[in-house]
Write a protein that binds this ligand. Sequence first.
Ligand code: NAX
Ligand code: ATP
Ligand code: MG
Length: 328
Amino acid sequence: MPENLHEMNSKELLKQVKKIIPPLLEKFHKGQQGRVAVIGGCEDYTGAPFFSANASALLGADLSHVICEPQAAQVIKTYSPNLMVHPYMRQSNHADSDHNSGDIIKRVSEMLDRLHAIVIGPGLGRDKLMQESARGILEEAKKRGMGVVLDADGLFMIQNNPDIVHGYTKAVLTPNVMEFARLCNTQGIDPKAGDPAGVCQKLAESFGGVTVIQKGPKDYISNGKQTIVCDVPGGLKRSGGQGDTLTGTLVTMLAWTKAYKEMLWEHDNSLSDSELIALSAYGAAAITRTCSRLAFEKKGRALQALDLSTEVPTAFEMLFEDKAAQKL
Ligand SMILES: NC(=O)C1=CN([C@@H]2O[C@H](COP(=O)(O)OP(=O)(O)OC[C@H]3O[C@@H](n4cnc5c(N)ncnc54)[C@H](O)[C@@H]3O)[C@@H](O)[C@H]2O)[C@@H](O)CC1
Ligand SMILES: Nc1ncnc2c1ncn2[C@@H]1O[C@H](COP(=O)(O)OP(=O)(O)OP(=O)(O)O)[C@@H](O)[C@H]1O
Ligand SMILES: [Mg+2]
């Protein structure tokens, strides 16, 4: 039983992450290895929800959905027939009398019953009705005890309503440097005071034990009590949309923790709830950084977001299949 994840090196942590990855067995049916959704995608942003859902599928979720604005839905459907894209969200300028936040939340909630974990935020935008609907969907996900990843405009929502996530330990916040500073300001924490791991821990603690992944040269992962650091090498190009590979791989890992707890396959059941979340976060961070390194080796300065998610299968193989350890 790993009691001190923060004392482990990357090889030991990856070995623990491996315990959450379900084997591929003949007896499984469609859906058991992960049913996930990304809530996001509006008139302005169609790439972010696609990259996220695409990464979730490439890591191994059986069913990856996007729940977005109709204008975004039409576009995302043309990117890939693999994803299921539902035009249930509305931004204020497209809403008619049938589309108040209550109706939208109700419609999406009916889907939540069939899902294991969700991401809220990629390409969601900051429109009032989109934000209000996302907030209600988060409340519904909490009622169902679902794993929830909050990123991008989902973090904007948290920054404006910190109480809605406070104490919900199945939430994972994935701020970049700017978002981290804004969340710190909301919570009255100086983002520059003290060592970065300590500040990240303080932020997670101030939110009542949610998990924070602070993205940067190293990723700091904290639940307010314990902080682990992912310094698996990444690439050197910071084009937009790389964070979406993190949220997509993370939501699949969170879906797998549910399968782990339900003993979908035979294992020693040694990981606690908080360890499952911390290891999901570490696994997704390690995969994303490895994708970034592999894509950067090929594309250099021209690297784009899609180049990253394309590397998910190779990164997974390098980190978690037998050849893994030597290649780190
Ligand atoms: N291809 C796509 O569809 C993409 C969509 N994205 C979406 O775009 C939306 C906005 O997210 P962003 O991360 O771009 O958010 P912002 O528009 O807040 O920030 C963009 C960048 O601007 C700079 N910045 C922001 N605030 C600043 C400040 N106060 N002072 C100085 N510099 C500042 C930072 O470099 C920051 O990374 C989200 O919905 C996100 O998911 C992005 O993920 C990028 C890719
Ligand atoms: N300086 C860095 N060195 C190595 N990896 C980094 C560095 N900065 C960020 N990363 C990695 O890049 C990925 C995306 O982080 P980034 O800070 O670009 O997120 P973001 O700004 O939210 O991205 P997006 O444009 O998708 O919204 C993360 O996996 C993070 O670990
Ligand atoms: Mg981002």
